[in-house]
Design a protein around this ligand. Structure first.
Ligand code: THU
Length: 142
């Protein structure tokens, strides 16, 4: 994608926030009762969202971030993630869990940014490297 101004970038992040909020409405979370929504933008500008999908086995639960990523890969094939927003209604924003960070490592690049927030706003923004320094990623298998 072309270089964006700060205002354009803000609009794109806002769009992801809205998509994450919409997806969160569909969360299947009868066990934790914590509804999570996520949305990603790929380097091609495509947007995918996801919600957490819990399972009675507990272990079969999948986080909102991974649902969004797997939807994107199943539609587009291998992707590069430019930006991710993850939100809950918790006062303090939830960061992606360790499993999701490892899945992100597969599709992140040096510029991938991750925002965490609540239903109203983005609270924190990280680079992927800040969230998972020294990640094990596809480059190690080349
Ligand atoms: N969860 C997410 O969807 N994303 C996160 O980043 C953290 C946790 C979900 C998994 C489970 O359904 C619920 O939140 C409680 O852990």
């Amino acid at each position: 994608m072309k270089i964006k101004t700060k205002a354009q970038q803000k609009d794109l992040t806002h769009e992801l926030h809205i998509k994450a909020r919409e997806a969160r409405e569909n969360a299947h979370a009868p066990y934790s009762k914590r509804l999570v929504g996520a949305a990603i933008r790929t380097s091609t500008g495509d947007v995918f969202s996801g919600c957490n999908v819990e399972n009675a086995s507990y272990g079969g639960t999948v986080c909102a971030e991974r649902v969004a990523i797997w939807k994107a890969v199943s539609e587009l094939g291998s992707i590069e993630i430019s930006e991710l927003v993850v939100i809950t209604d918790a006062k303090e924003a939830w960061p992606p869990c360790g499993f999701c960070r490892q899945v992100l490592a597969e599709f992140a690049n040096a510029k991938t940014i991750i925002h965490t927030g609540d239903l109203k706003k983005i609270q924190k923004t990280f680079s992927f490297k800040e969230l998972l320094p020294e990640s094990f990623n596809p480059s190690h298998l080349k």
